[in-house]
Design a protein around this ligand. Structure first.
Ligand code: CP3
Length: 346
């Protein structure tokens, strides 16, 4: 199926584009009343993720309602621990909770490397349905969590400000940590390859908790596994690595075989361009809190962001996922400003 709008893919590959493509991390779900309506018609979040027709429906909502240049498949990074045998619950207003965590070798022995087709077939089916229903309008982004971020949840058992239980294991049981990270990596590689086979046009790896490690530990416990993923997928579809808070690792990340690096709002786009060089596309990075301002402020901040990145090798996005209480009208101002202003920058 020929894509009618392939701006995202061309920008990722470093080709010149008529304007800058734009989408938002966490655009599916969270902010749209139309999402809430679908979600409330089902038992809970996990049931929605596992019902491919409905997951496809909420994946496409932001394309119809907001006018973004890409869809991202509605799922969660936590489907990987579940597929490995570490089940999660999604607690209303609190977030994920794992009744069983990994603390010992025995715990590890109860887990397996996930099989993409049999354990995660519902995501693959959602991708196939979404591709069909999108009918080539925009590319579909597939995704997974980076092994270290998944490790954080499997060891900690829930979200945390410090993830000190997870980080403790890096010091007290580094071998166990590496074994778990390798199992997550093997599961993730097979899963992402299956997503490409099902129709994903671009992949993003979310290392949401990268910023809690120092440079040495980041290299050993995160980057080395992200590299395995990039190498295994090299040459298939464009790949984006978003490591939140890992400004200290940008130079090393620029050596990964991936096409795009995502930036959060702590990072200055012009400085990052110097560290990364000209071979990669940059994605980001407006502070999601800007969207709490009025239309004039949102448009102004969006134009400043576009100026900082320049017209080429940029995919416009926020510096992290859009916050749940954001007014969709301000998201539209962000998107419309990118479209208009970046067309004039050429
Ligand atoms: O972009 C999209 O909206 C696609 C779907 C998507 C979800 N989660 C749906 C979701 C994506 C890409 C994710 C990724 C994800 N999930 C990350 C990485 C990105 C990031 O934000 O750093 C992380 C760390 C998670 C884990 C997770 N899932 C948490 C901490 C929570 C609770 C907080 C929250 O986001 O609401 C979730 C739940 C979740 N995942 C929801 C959605 C729409 C909310 C569940 C609901 O509808 O009640």
């Amino acid at each position: 199926m020929e894509l009618k709008n392939d701006l995202l893919l061309r920008a990722a590959r470093g080709e010149k584009t008529e304007r800058t493509p734009v989408w938002l991390m966490r655009q599916a779900g969270r902010i749209l009343p139309e999402y809430r309506a679908v979600r409330n018609s089902l038992r809970d979040f996990i049931e929605l993720v596992k019902t491919p027709e409905r997951a496809a429906e909420v994946t496409i909502q932001p394309v119809d309602i907001l006018g973004v240049d890409a869809a991202i498949i509605f799922s969660d990074i936590l489907v990987i621990p579940e597929a490995m045998g570490c089940l999660y619950e999604m607690q209303e207003k609190k977030g994920p909770y794992f009744p069983k965590t990994v603390a010992t070798e025995q715990d590890l022995n109860t887990l397996k490397v996930a099989d993409a087709e049999s354990d995660l077939g519902y995501v693959l089916e959602a991708i196939r349905i979404t591709k069909k229903e999108l009918n080539g309008r925009v590319p579909l982004i597939g995704f997974a969590g980076a092994p270290f971020t998944i490790f954080c949840y499997m060891v900690e058992g829930s979200g945390s400000k410090t993830f000190s239980k997870a980080r403790k294991m890096l010091y007290t049981q580094p071998e166990l940590a590496h074994q778990l990270l390798q199992m997550i990596t093997d599961s993730t590689i097979a899963y992402l390859q299956a997503q490409v086979k099902a129709g994903a046009d671009l992949l993003q790896v979310f290392d949401s908790w990268a910023g809690i490690l120092g440079p040495e530990q980041y290299r050993e416990f995160s980057l080395s596994y992200i590299r395995q993923i990039c190498e295994a997928l090299d040459g298939q579809v464009p790949l984006t690595v978003f490591a939140k808070g890992a400004w200290f690792a940008l130079k090393e990340m620029s050596a990964l075989p991936c096409q795009t690096i995502g930036l959060d709002w702590h990072m200055d786009p012009e400085e990052c361009r110097k560290w990364v060089g000209t071979d990669k596309t940059l994605q980001g990075n407006m502070d999601p809190c800007v969207l709490y301002g009025n239309a004039k402020e949102v448009a102004g901040a969006t134009r400043r962001m576009l100026e900082q990145f320049g017209p080429h090798r940029h995919i416009a996005n926020l510096g992290h996922g859009v916050y749940p209480d954001t007014d969709p009208e301000m998201v539209k101002v962000f998107i419309e400003t990118v479209k208009e202003y970046s067309s004039k920058m050429r």
